[in-house]
Every structure is written in C-alpha cells, then in structure tokens.
Write a protein that binds this ligand. Structure first.
Ligand code: DTR
Ligand code: CA
Ligand code: ZN
Ligand code: ZN
Length: 317
C-alpha cells in the first residue's frame, strides 16, 4: 500500500527512532565518528580559490598594477580578505607596522573556540612585488589559506586546538610582517603556538610538489596527503628561511609548508614524475609583471589547497 508522502515520512521517522534506540544509530546515516577520530577535511573547491585570485587581480589592476607593501593595492587586498573572514564569524585583528618609511599591515584571524593553550596557525604573505599583481607569489597561498578558513566556518568545525590564520605584509622586503608578528608575541603566547604552516607560491605554472623539511610531524602530514593522491613530493631545498615560516622557526615554533617552485629550473627527472617542462623555471613569471591569473596551474593550486585543509584538520584535532 502506497502511503501518502506525509504518512511515509511518519513511518520512516518511527523506524528511524526504533533503529536509533536499538542500535544507537539510524540506518543509512553516517556512523558516528569514534571519540577522538579526526574529522575528515573537506575538499577545497579550486574554483573558489581562483575566484579570490580574480579579485586580487582586479585589485592590482585598479591600484597601479600591484599589491605591494605600502601601496594602496596591498591595503585593498587586506580589506578584501578581512571582509570575507568577518562575514564568516572570525575574530580579525589588523596589526600595523612601518617598513621602509611606509605603513604595512598584518591580518590575523582567530576562529572562536578550541584550546587557546594549543594554537595551530596557517599563514601566507599577502603582498606582491612592485613589478606586478603577484598572483602566484603570493595570491595563491593567500587565497588557499582564506578558502580553508572559510571552509572551517562552512563546516562548523570546532577542533580541539584553537585555529588562527595569518596574512603577512612586507614579506618581499624580508619577512618583515611575519617577523613583526612573532617579535610582538609574549613568550607565553609564542609557546602556545603548536605549529605554523606556511604557503608561499603553491600554484606555479610549471609546478613541483615540495614539502618543507622542518618539523617531522608536519612534514609527514603533508607527505601522507600526497601519497594518498599518488603524487610524489620532494623536500623544499631552495634555501631555508626564504619565507614567513622563518621567524616562527627561529622562535622555536614547529613549522612546515608547501611550495610549487619559483625561478629554479625543473629538471628532466622532475618533469618525468610531475609532468611539465624540463629546463624551464617552475614559475618563469616570478617577481615579474606576468605573474597574473594566467600564471597559475589549476591542478597544483587544487592539490595544495586540499593538502592545506587536510593538514589543518589533521593537526588541529
Ligand atoms: N621568497 C619567496 C619565494 C621563495 C623562494 N624560495 C622559497 C622557498 C620556500 C618558500 C618560498 C620561497 C618570495 O619571493 O616570496
Ligand atoms: Ca579541491
Ligand atoms: Zn616573492
Ligand atoms: Zn612569496
């Protein structure tokens, strides 16, 4: 007998209730995660990350062609990121500093909740060089960190640790913003940071897949993710301390991160395992005016953004 829809719904609910009472779960429902299980990180839609890059490109175009420290394009970039985070329920703080006679800004976003005695941070520099829009360097990292923070909000994710995200100013002048942030932490607050994950150039057009070889647990987390994808990785060897993880590492904070390569040339062996073009730079628009939205490899951006989310979920649980 076919019940009217409402009647079927009532019966379904009754069956569900009986099932729940008898077994502790509703047939067909996802099994409740075991206590302490790691909630699964969501896929980060690369289209969303690219939409942020389009906004950053527009900002650069409307502000003299760049998003550099001390220029209007940088502050407009920061205002864009902040607005998204405020709307998503973050507690945002703008930190102001001066470098080379110009005003710079960091943006720090705290996700309410979690143990503030254990803070997991993820960050990226938001400034470009004066030569161009800086979409791979480092709109890519900034957009992926932003979209991961927005995914935390969409998921209503509330991990054991406290989550904090950072967008740094004046990295291109020598990690000025991130150093200012770390130097202005009390020693107690510095000790509360359980790890800092850095993302600087993660969408290079001729990409490599490099994992920072700093904190072993963080490195393993990233490597496990790429192993799961079947994508080989190499350790990042372009020189320690060439991005915003350096001030955190120098202060004793465990660090890690991902990198898709800059002006070094991809070898034949690397092209054999990753594809792309041997003998060509990973990013031949590095620090150039051609570092635009056309200077992005979508697959690398997608994989690195998903690895970022996986690490945030895994290391904050
Ligand atoms: N210094 C970064 C680019 C860069 C060069 N080597 C590395 C290694 C790891 C991360 C980033 C980089 C910049 O120009 O912003
Ligand atoms: Ca994805
Ligand atoms: Zn740079
Ligand atoms: Zn950079």
């Amino acid at each position: 007998m076919k019940l009217p829809v409402s009647g079927r719904a009532t019966v379904t609910a009754a069956v569900a209730a009986v099932t729940l009472l008898a077994t502790g779960s509703i047939a067909g429902a996802a099994p409740a995660p075991e206590p302490g299980a790691i909630a699964a990180a969501p896929d980060i839609p690369v289209a969303n990350v690219k939409a942020h890059l389009t906004q950053l490109q527009s900002i650069a175009t409307a502000n003299g062609g760049n998003r550099a420290h001390g220029r209007t394009g940088y502050k407009a970039s920061l205002d864009y990121v902040k607005a998204k985070l405020d709307a998503a329920g973050y507690t945002t703080t703008i930190q102001q500093f001066t470098s080379s006679g110009r005003t710079g800004y960091n943006l720090v976003a705290d996700w309410p909740g979690g143990d503030t005695g254990q803070v997991l941070m993820a960050g990226s520099h938001l400034d470009s060089v004066t030569a161009g829009a800086g979409i791979n360097d480092n709109g890519s990292g900034s957009a992926a960190v932003l979209e991961t923070a927005l995914a935390v909000s969409r998921a209503g994710y509330h991990p054991t640790k406290h989550l904090r995200f950072g967008w740094w100013g004046a990295e291109e002048l020598g990690m000025v913003g991130s150093r200012y942030y770390v130097n202005n932490l009390t020693s107690a607050n510095r000790a509360r940071i359980s790890g800092y994950l850095n993302f600087d150039m993660i969408g290079s057009p001729n990409p490599g897949y490099f994992v920072y070889d700093d904190d072993p647990a963080i490195e393993k987390t990233f490597k496990d993710y790429f192993t799961g994808l079947g994508v080989p990785t190499e350790i990042e060897t372009e020189g320690d301390g060439r991005s915003d993880h350096a001030p955190f590492k120098n202060a004793g904070v465990p660090v890690g991160g991902l990198f898709s390569g800059a002006d070094y040339l991809k070898t034949a062996a690397q092209a054999a395992k990753w594809g792309g073009t041997a003998g060509r730079a990973f990013d031949r628009c590095y620090h150039s005016s051609c570092d635009t939205t056309a200077n992005i490899n979508d697959t690398a951006l997608d994989r690195n953004a998903d690895a970022l989310a996986y690490a945030v979920w895994t290391l904050s649980s």
